[in-house]
Every structure is written in C-alpha cells, then in structure tokens.
Design a protein around this ligand. Structure first.
Ligand code: GLU
Length: 260
C-alpha cells in the first residue's frame, strides 16, 4: 500500500504537476505490481485544482478547497490513466469518506470493491471524497486515510512517500546534527516530538500526521515505512525487503523476529 503526498504530485511554487516524478513513481509501482497487489492512495487533487482557479495557495474556505479538489481529482486521474496505460496497467478511482467506511455497510462495500479490483489485477487509486467530506467527519489528511485502508485490507506494508527521506531526530534543514532513524520499534514521546519539529515541508499532513497514521497501522500489525518519493528506487527496495527511509516495526509478530 503506497501513499503519495501532494508535494510529490505538484510543485508547491507553481501548482503544476510533477510529471517526471510521477513517471518515475509509476515505473516503480508497475514493477512492484508484477510481484504484489498494489494499492495507491494519492493526494494532490486540491493542489492541481488551484492553478485552474488561479489561486496561488490553498484557500481556507471549505467550499473553495472542495471546488479545487473536484477539478484537480479529474486532472490527477487523467494523468495516472495515461501513465499506467503506457505500462498496460488498469487503474480505478476509489473515493472514500471517513463516515462512509466507519459504517459497517460502507466498510464492507469498500473492502469488497478494493479486493475485487485487486483480484482483477487493477491498481486502485484512492483519495478522500473531498466534495462531501466536512471538517467534522473527514480523514483530514491522506496519511490517516491510508492507514485506515491499510488496516482494512490487512496490507503487508504501508509506505508513506513524501519529500523527506525518513524521520529525523530533529529538523535536518536547521540542525546539522539531526540523525535519520533507520528503524523504529516503538513510537515514544521523543519520536512524537521529533515529528513535531520536522513538520514544515509537507503539505497537509506533515510528519505529525504520518506518525499518527503509523501508530494506527502498527497497532493493527501493519509495518510502516516513511521514505522519499523522489528516490528513484525506494519502492523497489522496500518491495524486495531492503531498507529505505524509516521503517516502523509493529511489536511482536513474525516481521519483528525476521528483522532481529
Ligand atoms: N484529499 C486532498 C487532496 O487530494 C488532500 C489530503 C492530503 O494531502 O493529505 O488534495
């Protein structure tokens, strides 16, 4: 299960699509898809809608964000369609809401739909249904959406791809002594604090929401990796069980034993 953050999809300065990065990510996803079922959670709809509406930055008004998302989602899927078609892979758009999947019926329907798509060899591309999500009942960021779905689909791994190559002890852009954490076995208060200070560069979620999402996934036995989507081989390395970024290991279980 791979989550792509907004900063990988649009250039924050221009709100234009990062086609080279997406092309590379699609290449890697296509190779992983030869060996495993792959589910993608992709942000980027609001970012992509902004330039069409001539908005330089994310508006605060909910309806404007939703309008931008409605425009951008179409552009996003159009781009994925072209990129995956070139690799002979069929994709499907799946839009979820939090209250939708928190109801038993909605949960079962979402589960069965995604499972059936995977059985057909399709790559589901999931985003929040931003039109009907409201402040009170929204995932808020796709890190959390991805961790709900990873838990629902009992994913082998949740990979959160962003613009930094992992979790650091402090903000590496300010602190020359900041160290990257290779493996995290427990999300301690220190880890939460280091996520707080490395919050800056990502769009909505930031490191805080990644740690929150990781916590939920780990609780349900799903290992999590936070890594850079600009790395041209990270997905493949992870799919081959090689290290890339920061790996969070759920307590106990076979995964932990294999890594020791
Ligand atoms: N659903 C929103 C989008 O596609 C963003 C959520 C996020 O970036 O985490 O733009």
């Amino acid at each position: 299960m791979i989550k792509l953050g907004t900063s990988l999809i649009t250039d924050i300065a221009t709100n234009q699509i990062r086609i080279e990065t997406l092309n590379n990510l699609t290449d890697q996803i296509a190779r992983a898809h030869e060996k495993k079922h792959v589910i993608v959670v992709s942000s980027g709809s609001i970012g992509l809608g902004l330039s069409t509406l001539n908005l330089a930055k994310r508006p605060n008004e909910m309806a404007k964000k939703q309008a931008a998302a409605a425009i951008g989602q179409n552009k996003l899927m159009n781009t994925y369609e072209k990129l995956f078609n070139k690799r002979n892979i069929t994709i499907a758009q799946v839009l979820l809401t939090k209250d939708g999947i928190l109801s038993e019926k909605g949960y079962n329907n979402a589960y069965n739909t995604i499972l059936t798509l995977l059985e057909y060899g399709v790559v589901p591309i999931i985003n929040e249904n931003d039109t009907i999500a409201t402040e009170e009942i929204q995932f808020g960021d796709n890190d959390n959406l991805a961790s709900y779905v990873a838990q629902m689909m009992r994913a082998e791994m949740l990979i959160l791809l962003t613009d930094t190559d992992g979790l650091y002890t402090s903000d590496p852009s300010i602190d020359p002594y900041a160290q990257k954490l290779e493996v995290v076995r427990e999300i301690t208060r220190d880890i939460e604090l280091s996520a707080g200070v490395t919050n800056g560069r990502c769009s909505v979620g930031g490191m805080n929401s990644k740690i929150q999402a990781a916590q939920r996934a780990l609780l349900h036995g799903v290992p999590v990796t936070i890594a850079s989507g600009f790395d041209t081989s990270c997905i493949e390395k992870i799919a081959d069980g090689k290290p890339c970024g920061t790996l969070f290991i759920p307590p106990g279980g076979i995964f932990d034993e294999l890594r020791r």
